[in-house]
Unconditional design. Structure first.
Length: 196
């Protein structure tokens, strides 16, 4: 239950004279809001990509008129192992001509490849499958392979892996430029063939 208590209002007992103060209130208009900022200018249209034409000119001294050298013969190297792996050496470097700086590209030490040929994968040997892998090898100045990549696959992962594994143990001839060694890339074909 809720109760409400109402008391009668009593008039004040002492009469106090109230003083009237008049305050005049003037309502001021608020200042107008600042105008909205003008919209940013549209971005300039993107410039079409610049086409830079590079022209490479090399001043190559003309060699003396000589009959062209016959192409180097590339012989297949067949190992004595019963697994029949043949390793094809890269073309030998061309003889230097002219008075310019002498440079010899990195190359394969064939004696090392004969001593440590890649293992013919047993599964591929049983199935009678042959193939060739082209390895791209970064040869360090010490003749050791720093990086080995498959330039062209044989199409069979087993051959690719076997060639890369063997190449890790090979030694190479570092590139030579004016008598100083430098690291560079060498292409090494590795052929897996069945002996007849």
């Amino acid at each position: 239950m809720v109760g409400l208590l109402l008391l009668p209002a009593k008039a004040p007992t002492g009469e106090k004279k109230l003083q009237e103060n008049t305050i005049e209130v003037v309502f001021l208009e608020p200042p107008p809001p600042p105008p909205p900022p003008p919209p940013p200018p549209p971005p300039p249209p993107p410039e079409p990509p610049k086409i830079i034409k590079l022209e490479i000119k090399k001043d190559i001294p003309k060699p003396e008129e000589r009959p062209p050298d016959p192409p180097p013969e590339v012989a297949d190297v067949i190992t004595d192992s019963t697994e029949g792996i043949a390793i094809q050496p890269p073309a030998p470097p061309q003889p230097e001509r002219g008075d310019g700086p002498r440079e010899v590209a990195p190359s394969v030490d064939m004696s090392m490849m004969r001593a440590r040929p890649p293992r013919y994968p047993p599964a591929m040997l049983r199935r009678g499958i042959q193939g060739e892998v082209m390895l791209r090898i970064l040869v360090g100045i010490d003749g050791k392979p720093e990086k080995i990549e498959v330039e062209k696959s044989s199409g069979h992962r087993e051959f690719d892996r076997s060639a890369m594994q063997a190449a890790r143990n090979w030694r190479f001839n570092a590139g030579q430029r004016d008598g100083a060694s430098y690291s560079g890339w060498a292409l090494v074909p590795v052929r897996f063939s069945l002996a007849d």
